[in-house]
Design a protein around this ligand. Sequence first.
Ligand SMILES: *Cc1c(COP(=O)(O)O)cnc(C)c1O
Length: 561
Amino acid sequence: MPRETETHADIPFGPEDTPWQKTFSGLRVVGGRPYGTPPSSDPRTAYIGVPEVPHHKVQLPPTGLDPEQYTEAEELFRRHIDTQTRNFAGYQVTSALDYEARLGHYLNRHLNNVGDPYQSSSYTLNSKVLERAVLDYFASLWHAKWPHDPQDPESYWGYVLTMGSSEGNLYGLWNARDYLSGKPLRTHPGRPDRAAFEQARRGEGPHAYHPVAFFSEDTHYSLTKAVRALDIDTFHALGSTRYPDENPLAPGTPWPREVPSTEHGAIDIEQLALLVRFFASRGYPILVSLNYGSTFKGAYDDVETVADTVRAICAEYGLDNRSVPRDRDRGTDSDGDQRSGFWLHVDGALGAGYAPYLEMARDAGMVEQAPPAFDFRIPDVHSLTMSGHKWMGTPWACGVFMTRTGLQMAPPRSSEYIGAADTTFAGSRNGFSSLLMWDYLARHSYDDQARLAAECDGLAAYTHEQLLLLQQQLGHDLWVARSPQSLTVRFRQPHADIVRRYSLSSETVHVQGAARAYVHLYAMRHLTRQRVDELIGELRQPGAFPLAPPADSTAGQRLPQ
Ligand SMILES: *Cc1c(COP(=O)(O)O)cnc(C)c1O
């Protein structure tokens, strides 16, 4: 029990600075004592403040806020968010949204897409009919076989995420782990070929069902979290513990944590190949997660070349296609399936949402180049994820996960309670997100999207040129760079005030051993040349860039991330 001291119960609370213990209505003061625990220190000083929204104005006393207090608090918050929205430039998220007039109605409707999107559920307040339309749209855009058909292993399967690509990555890696570990598939084709499976069993090495994960140093932090949550060994973990002196990239030196990237942020395929070969030759199944639009540099991994490379290496060691007995543990079942000994997941949080349109724009002669292919045209792509709030722009996180039906794992158990198979990650799923994506896609044709993609590409190029010009004018290296076809331009971190007002996101990038503090800007649909010019104007002011170069002096050191 926390001890109540008078000081704590007296802490000023809420818009009127009322002592906390006096903020109760009569009913809740039970026997003269307030219900619940008093604050143990002043929350106004315990948290990071937002100067525009004073904490005491939004604190929630047990009585709630009266209409005047509510109006004042909500206006403060609204003004703050509206200002930040106008200048929002640092993240790959579209903030020009236009849903309220059409969809406000549904804020008073409950929409829950619990369970498999293709099974109707007894939970009828759902938007699965729209979810399936959205999924079919992306299946076609990403060159998958559609519609989904539970009997056809080549057809796609997917679902709309309640989180963003972080959930898509988690789900993709979970599926990959179980697939490579030889767990039962959802649909078991059942090939009663005893000889093949017995031979497969005899040929299995000790690591045949021990997957090892590879991803580049430009990978989003959600991958690190996913491998930890799922207890998947990375090549770093396995290499450092089982083969400490055998790092194939530089024998005798410690294993790198992640696969090295090129300067532009794409995975270094030669180094990846060396690492994959090391583990494939020892019989470990291979799990590679690729970035299609890396978070900071906006780089596109060359998915097709990686797929060809990984498949070729795996083929040398019998990991391209293997027979997995249905019941490995008992070793009696002659039934089972054929599956690959590798899995390629594509994290297309931003890129999968807009690169197809940029490709259309290129084919129409509107832009010169588009990023390389990444989708189900490449037969070895096993799973793919995209965030709905990034390119399309939805007011909250959502996204799409997609794989092929034949790669789905059997769900943990059937779920009679919801009346649909429990094939997704969440329990309750956000049904409003499907409605938002459906609304956006219904109102934007391929032509519209190709135009928007070309405009954003043009704005990124413009921003890049203007920053290069500024760099020249200032006679000061601002480290301005844009990875090929990316929507982001990165440069030296300016003054904290500019960073905050434009919501520029920062990252330490290592360039030839030196740690440098960068920020980047994303040319999303809501950003205009005028805003870019304003920002450049501010960057031109004396003092915009702190004089001491932030991190160059720590050459050779790797800063903690
Ligand atoms: C943004 C991003 C994610 C995470 O997506 P959320 O929608 O924020 O969960 C994953 N990968 C990459 C490359 C990203 O840029």
